[in-house]
Ligand binder design. Structure first.
Ligand code: BGC
Length: 759
């Protein structure tokens, strides 16, 4: 745990320069706008350790798989979001000295991420070996209005000297990924260009042939007067520079402005990119830094209007949730159904930027409640569009008849993951994708989605489950062998309760959806079944058989569902018996020891209870929570939020609060000592869930919102808004009251406990 970020309701603040945490700060202060994102790398040259990170959504490279021992069925490639050409560079030389914070005396360093406005700023004083002192103030943003644009203001003031300044505004396409499997570079150079007003580099990805055009323009003012001398344009392989040289006298301040544009062949024909980048830069130049900034801030203000959560009485918790909401909104804008949300978003390379079950299980509810319905719908369409590949993926593993197994990790629908115990066995992801269809329809009431797209996905997933189980003559039951549940601290288990429960639920839900479509539009149903060669009676009869006979392990004496067969044979110890130095166990124990221990990485049985809470009595929930919470080490960021929600349900506010802080400040306080690799973007949606479904107790049941709030003792009140069925609902909760109203003043029926209320 590292706690160096100042607590503040709207800002992330780092005071004082400490190179040891620089890479962590690069993650925490990241910027993004759905189209592109960047770690908070410095604009100027930095010779200390840093992790370069500039990413463009949907631009990936299929890196050749590297595994110790090949297994048939492994994918040939792991698609990775690429570290893309960077446009932020501004190298400063004062006389012969580089402005390089790693080499200079730095004082009054402050880095601030203003989440209300979406602006990253930095200020410091640097002292050179010859005694020159400069004061630097910077601002940077990635426009959420014009998503292909970003802008920088970089002010340099000569505090005690007069000297020649050289400012080199450049684009750098000579970049690589740290996680490259074979130390390859993933970009081919295409062309570079620079004249005195504009510079750009076009680069093309190897294999996937995406072209990305990165352009820049620049401007230098001295004491707010534009320097008329034109910059020198320089091109080199993979680089384009605009270089200014001028004198700065003591007390004068130079203001550098830089606008960057990133266009891609995902959005335009490759041949048009030059023109498009240049046009964007021209328009942005005309608008000017201040206007671009103003419209960007206004757009953030609108975003916050819909998605903010206000916690009164707890700055730490407030900052935590705003940081999480901010990062989610920076990562995914929902404007393009072929994009998704990587576990690290645009903040680092880990996980390759691919799509995981995290999207459906955690992120979807956030976008359902805080954004226009088209946005969560695009998340579902993403999987629908990849259905053919999921069917192919299942075929590669030996499944037939249109059964689909969605990938564990993917960029374009193809599986990227390559550890057999996860790739082939962590199949619960299919269940999360099915559940997301249900979650979306129950929240939005958009049944058309179910009929037009969802049902086809459900049938393919149900076909998979029906082939993945087998009938055990010995038990007289269906069983599901060789699976890994969400708890990756044990693999290749038989009858993981969560996976099997989800399979049964999917089969039931698919049958219900089939009946529903048949009753509202028989013709459409028949057409779909014909197209899928779906033998309704025969296939659903098999599913019904499985529903009735799938073995779900439980221990009647303890009154709990069992993680998997044989779980109770393990030595039963609890997390309080672990020494602090042993945690996280994945950094101190051998994998062998972890696999044999009873410790659970993340919510598993409890994940299932959370999803299907209405199917269990409070006593059942309590018994399972009491048992599993003591054995869960929460070494996945996705875990504490689910436990927090169940803890509030069970009336345990202190426990829920601890778990909440762990999820909401996971990155800010670096609980797992890994934030330098990037932030946990998908688990941030879990933080949101912990508040709205946990402390707010919100549920969607039978077409209505229900609330059952329980605030942590230290909070005075909690306020949030949710989109629900075309309306925006305002919710205010204090220890004494719950107030629900509609944004447009219309009447709205909601429930507290089982009692009905009208706004
Ligand atoms: C978790 C998975 C998750 C992945 C990406 C892993 O550590 O165990 O459940 O999908 O991280 O967030």
């Amino acid at each position: 745990m590292k706690k160096y970020i100042q607590e503040d309701e709207w800002r992330i603040i780092e005071d004082g320069f400490n190179p040891d945490v620089h890479e962590s700060s690069e993650s925490l202060f990241s910027l993004g706008n759905g189209h592109m994102g960047q770690r908070a790398n410095f604009e100027e040259h930095y010779s200390g350790p840093y992790l370069q990170g500039h990413y463009v959504a949907g631009i990936y490279y299929p890196d050749k798989t590297k595994v110790g021992w090949w297994k048939n069925g492994y994918p040939e490639h792991f698609a990775k979001v690429l570290n893309a050409p960077s446009w932020i560079g501004i190298n400063i030389k004062i006389d012969q000295y580089d402005l390089d914070l790693y080499q200079l005396q730095v004082s009054k360093f402050r880095r601030v991420l203003d989440m209300k406005e979406g602006i990253l700023s930095r200020s410091f004083i640097a002292e050179f070996p010859n005694g020159y002192k400069v004061q630097v103030k910077t601002q940077r943003f990635l426009s959420i209005v014009k998503r292909e644009l970003g802008a920088i203001q970089y002010n340099v003031k000569a505090l005690n000297f007069s000297a020649e300044i050289r400012a080199d505004f450049y684009i750098d396409a000579d970049i690589s990924n740290e996680d490259s499997n074979y130390d390859e570079k993933f970009w081919d150079q295409v062309s570079e260009f620079a004249d005195e007003r504009f510079a750009r580099v076009n680069a093309k990805t190897k294999k996937t042939s995406f072209v990305v055009s990165t352009g820049q323009c620049s401007r230098v003012d001295i004491d707010k007067q534009e320097v008329t001398k034109k910059p020198k344009a320089i091109v080199q392989a993979r680089k384009a520079h605009l270089v200014y040289t001028f004198n700065l006298s003591e007390g004068q301040e130079a203001q550098f402005y830089k606008i960057g544009a990133v266009t891609t062949s995902r959005d335009y024909p490759a041949g048009d990119l030059d023109k498009r980048t240049r046009e964007l830069i021209r328009e942005a130049e005309k608008a000017g830094f201040e206007n671009l900034k103003k419209e960007h801030i206004e757009a953030w203000s609108k975003k916050w209007e819909h998605s903010d959560i206000v916690i009164e009485g707890d700055v730490s918790a407030q900052q935590g949730i705003r940081f999480n909401i901010f990062q989610l909104n920076q990562t995914y804008s929902g404007h393009d159904a072929s994009l998704n949300i990587g576990p690290k978003g645009f903040t680092g390379e880990k996980y390759g930027g691919g799509t995981y079950w995290d999207t459906e299980a955690y992120c979807l509810p956030f976008y359902l409640s805080t954004a226009d319905q088209s946005i969560p719908r695009n998340l579902l369409l993403y999987r629908f569009k990849q259905l053919d590949k999921a069917i192919e993926n299942a075929e590669n593993l030996g499944f037939t008849n249109g059964a689909a197994l969605f990938p564990m990790v993917t960029m374009n629908g193809e599986e990227c993951h390559n550890e057999w115990e996860i790739t082939f066995e962590e199949i619960h992801r299919n269940g999360a994708i099915a559940f997301a269809i249900y979650n979306y329809t129950r929240h939005t009431g958009d049944n058309e989605y179910l009929y037009d797209y969802g049902l086809e996905v459900l049938i393919a997933i149900s076909r998979f489950w029906s082939q993945r189980v087998n009938f055990s003559e010995k038990r007289g039951k269906y069983v599901m062998l060789g699976v890994t549940g969400p708890n990756e601290y044990e693999n290749n288990v038989n009858n993981n309760w969560y996976t099997s429960y989800l399979a049964v639920w999917t089969l039931k839900y698919t049958i219900e959806a089939i009946e529903k479509l048949r009753s509202v539009n028989r013709k459409k149903a028949d057409e779909l079944f014909d197209r899928l060669q779906f033998k309704v009676t025969e296939e659903t009869a098999k599913w019904t058989d499985i529903i009735g006979l799938l073995y779900l392990p439980e221990d009647k004496d303890l009154g709990i569902f069992l993680q998997q067969d044989g779980y109770l044979d393990k030595e039963q110890i609890t997390t309080d018996q672990l020494l602090p130095v042993e945690r996280p166990i994945n950094q101190t124990w051998s994998w062998d020891r972890i696999l044999r221990s009873c410790f659970i990485k993340q919510a598993d049985v409890l994940q299932g209870i959370y999803l299907f809470e209405e199917n269990f009595s409070l006593d059942t929930i309590r018994r399972n929570f009491d048992f599993y919470e003591q054995r869960t080490v929460h070494e996945s960021s996705l875990s504490p939020c689910i436990h927090a929600i169940l803890a509030t349900k069970l009336g345990l506010p202190d426990k829920a609060y601890d778990l909440y802080l762990r999820t909401s400040r996971l990155d800010l306080d670096d609980y797992n000592n890994e934030v330098h690799e990037g932030c946990h973007i998908t688990s941030m949606a879990g933080t949101w869930l912990a508040i709205v479904e946990g402390f707010g107790g919100m549920r969607v049941k039978n077409d209505h919102l229900h609330f059952d709030p329980l605030l942590p003792k230290t909070w005075l009140s909690l306020k949030f808004k949710v989109h629900f069925r075309g309306r925006i609902i305002h919710v205010y909760i204090s220890h004494k009251k719950l107030q629900v109203s509609t944004h447009d003043g219309s009447k709205f029926r909601y429930y507290v406990g089982n009692k009905e209320y009208l706004t």
